[in-house]
Structures are given as structure tokens and as C-alpha cells.
Design a protein around this ligand. Sequence first.
Ligand code: PMP
Length: 411
Amino acid sequence: MRGMPVDIEAVRRDFPILARQVHGKRLVYLDNAATTQKPAAVIEALDRYYRNYNANVHRSVHKLAEEATLAYESARQEVARFLNAARPEEVVFTSGTTEALNLVAYAWGRANVRAGDAIVYTDIEHHSNLVPWQLLAEAVGAEIRVVEVDPEAGLDLDRLEAVLDERVRLVTLPHISNVLGLELPVAEVARRAHQVGAVVVVDAAQSAPQQPIDVQALGCDFLALSGHKLYGPTGIGVLWGRYELLAAMPPFLGGGEMIRRVGLTRSTFADPPARFEAGTPKIAGAIGLGAAVEYLEGLGMDRVAAHDRALAAQAHEALLEVPGVTVYGPPPDRRAGLVAFSLDDIHAHDLASLVDTEGVAIRAGHHCCMPLHDRLGVPATARASFAVYNGPDDIEALVRAVHAARKVFNR
Ligand code: PMP
């Protein structure tokens, strides 16, 4: 497949799962926004850890513990470099985006947001970037202000300005919508939010696997991502936070490792990131994520971005050729690496099940974005999302499968 930014044939050889068949057909995996497949480099890093140096970190002085601690802390450094963090201590390992966002809502939120303050988010958030703020607002008596995002045109900064004033303590937004494939102007939002003294939280669950992330250039204060969407293992994620903010925050979970000194009735706490990593951390997960990040850096994130976007644009155009298909989100030339669509009045689950019989894996549902689907006026959409191992042949397979589904429904 010449002409693509990534050597797809070579990349496919790096992903063992792509050798399997589904319903007797080649696996065409287009559910990457839900979770990506793992390269051999990640699987082998996990295998090496469990076979050769499995031990708890930061506690024991024996050789295995020393090796495990070194690998765990090296993974933190890799992730810090990947995000262009000012220092590795700004990288807190969590179980995923959801936990990272909850950490901010509980630890930072309960210390900094009071009755009468306001929290701003968009109407295209994933539930994991809605519910924690709703819980916070309810607990402290804060007001929620919602900025409407046009599914095609994107975020109108005047709409943001209209809700910003000195009562706003926090503005949060997705970097890339997991339904619309729309990128939001994070740097510009951060600049304006900072003018009123608000803190800016970015949900980078979809952007981190798809394009280079530079937290300093984005100018945000916190950023959350999931390892399993970034070609890494499940159960690992990252909260990046500006060090001064992390250092001023109370803990989220209490337990071992996050303390400085424990007394029977009072304790003091370690500096970040340890303060936010209570208990035995996700050692294997972090090591696997480090390997994933290294793998992606080997490919080059600029090339990954160009690749995913080229495929999404192709898929958008090809799907529009199918009678009865509606595609949601921005036009092909402004689309990030995923396409949500519907086919006539056929339920997205039925469509996805039929497509699956052709070996094509897509997702159907509200994608944890109920308010956005209410806005779009559909209960569910089908979604094809792209990764480094996908190619134009996968889009052809998808379109063939959608045509076949039409026939089944007599359309
Ligand atoms: N935000 C967005 C935009 C997402 O797509 C997802 C995962 N679908 C999440 C947050 C939550 O990620 P996780 O379930 O890995 O915590």
C-alpha cells in the first residue's frame, strides 16, 4: 500500500492478533477508538517483566525489586518525553482516563471549587468527563455551564467567551471527540480560560494515540489519557498535571507509598507523583505503556497522525457514496481518525452485527456520549476508527460490508 505515511505491511507484521481470522475472514479491526491492538513489543515487554524481574517497586532492596523500580520509573520518563512534560514527576500513573479525570475532580476539585463557583464543559463530552464534574458540582454546590459545540463546524470561541467569568474555576474539554472525530482548539481555549483564572483539563483519550501531544504547547493544566487506546495494556493510564498544581493538591486515594509519615491519627504525604499512586502501582501496565510509547515514537507521531487522518477522510468519502448513509462530524479534510455514521433507520447494533459477519469490527452505541446523541437526534451510531495497521483495503472491506448489510435489510 504505497502512498500512505506509514508502511502498513511492515506495521501489520508487528501486531500478532492481525494474523487471526474472524468468521473465516481476515480480521479488519476498526474499533480502535474503543481499544487498540498491541504490538509484539508491548506483549514482549509484559512477558519479560513477569518472566524475569517481577517484584514490587520502591520497597525492597533486592535485585528484582531494583530492576522493576527502574523499569517502572523509566516508563514514567518515556511518557513524560512523549507528552513533552517539563519533568517526569508530572506524570501520575492511573488506571485510565476515567480515573485520571476523577482524580482531578476529587483531589483538586474538592480543594478548589466552592459553592457559587462554576465549572465549564462542552456538550460533546464522554461520560467520564461529565459525571465526575456533576458529582463535584453537586457535592460543593457549584454551577455547571455547558458550551455547545457544532458537530460540523466545531467549537465557536465566542460561545466559550460567553460563559467565562471570574466565577469559573475549571474548563474541561475533549481534545478529539470520540464520536465526531472533531478536534477542539485546546491551546486557544486554555489561553482564554486562563484569562479568568480557570484551570484547564483536557481529555486526551482519543488524541494521544492519534497525534503528537505537547502539553506545554497546549498550555493546559491537566491532561488525561488511557494506555489501552495507545497500543498499550489495559488498566494503565496517565494523569499529567502541572507540577505546582499537583504539589498543592491533597491526595485522592490513601494507602501505602503515598505517605511521608503515618501516625495513628494523622499522616503527612509524599511529593507528587507518589502522593497520587497509593498502594502497589500498575507496574506491568506502566512498563507496557512505556514500550507502546517507544513503538509509536519509532513510527513517528506526525506520520501516525497523517495516516489516521488520511484513512478517516477516505472512509468518510467512501461511506457517503453508500445510499442512506449519514456521517456525523466535520468534513473529511478536518476529520481526525474516526467516522461515526448511520444507515437509514437501521439500528447501529444490527448494522455492526452484520458487518461483523464479514470480519469487520466496528462499534455501535452511544459511545458513552448520551447527551451528544440526544443532540444528533439518534439513539446510537456506528463508528469506524483507525489505527496504524489499517489501510485502504480495510475501508474497502467496511464499505463492502455496509453494502451487504443494506441488501439484508432490503434497502
Ligand atoms: N474520553 C474519551 C474521549 C474516550 O473516548 C474514552 C474511552 N472511550 C474515555 C474518555 C474513557 O477512557 P477509559 O474508559 O479508558 O477510562
